[in-house]
Design a binder for this molecule. Sequence first.
Ligand code: UDP
Length: 364
Amino acid sequence: MKNINLIVGAGLSGAALARRLADLGEKVAIIDRLPHVAGSAFDYKDENGITVHKYGSHIFHASNAEVWRFVRRFADFNAYMHRVLALIDGTEAFIPFNLNTIKKVFPASLAERLEKKLLEIFPYNSRIPICEFQKQNDPDLKFLAEYIYEKVFLEYTKKQWGLDSVDSGVTARVPVVIGTDCRYFRDAYQGIPLKGYTNLVENMLDSKNIEVRPGEDFGGVGECAKYKAVYHTGSIDEFFGYKFGVLPYRSLRFEHRSLDMEYFQKNSVVNYPCNYDFTRIHEFKYYLNEKSARTSVMFEYPQSFEPGKNDRYYPIQSDENRALHAKYLGEAEKIGNLRFFGRLGDYKYYDMDKAVERALTLKL
Ligand code: UDP
């Protein structure tokens, strides 16, 4: 087996690296403890004929043309551009908070005044992270910044992360927009694969040089010597038996429901920053414009991660946690032919495009 590269984890990161190696003529085996490929991008057609994203909505968006070209080899995409509604003071409005949102939630005279002041200070169409936006001196804009922080970020972040505040890089994912572009992402390339993500990953792995083995766990350090190289996309603390402590993650609980109505809500995702215990409701038929008399929705509840009890979704970004991760990386380096990468392996909050980019640029 010394000429075989082993990849642990058949999510997008693992699959993209497998294909990259296979295209270079390398032999690859890819295993996953789950009974399927595609990791947390896994989707399936349910009894309503709707493509359900089992682990929450996945929207592909990329600015890197190389990444887009790569994924397009394995799937055709539609031109879906993601928009997110949020319930703010009982009104559904698009976030990121933008000039349209201001008109939707405030009386016309106040909205007009705020818009005028914003356009005097910020370049049109700029995207300002909330922590920057809060540095206002004008009383109207101070009020606006506090309003957005309180109604969109504060309670959502408490629910999502179980913390009063998170790394500013995390909230910067949802900036304040000084314009009317209410799309969630600005990337040049966006869409949903027409036959789903599982199909995309299956196609990525469809090569004579790749052997796919779902439902198989990796044996541990002792197994590494059997392979030319081991590329691991799992959590590094678990791999080393938590010897330096547990790397903290945030987990999720999903409640899937099949409903006897054509549509449940007006948009694919509706966020509930200040109400209920769930953070958002996903309605999947919007992604591929699937027609059905019934609909399939999913309520998303954040929860703390407990090893062995639930799954890891979000690495919790902090200097302390990054230092713990680095300590484990030091252990991995001692093994020589073992590399960690991917959202769990790198302990980074990658979107799908960044996961693919990392796999395509990883130093072999
Ligand atoms: N966020 C928020 N309110 C929202 C949406 C997002 O406070 O209505 C914050 C929250 O801290 C969240 C982060 O912005 O974790 C990133 O949100 P995003 O929608 O990018 O998260 P993902 O879809 O990756 O879960």
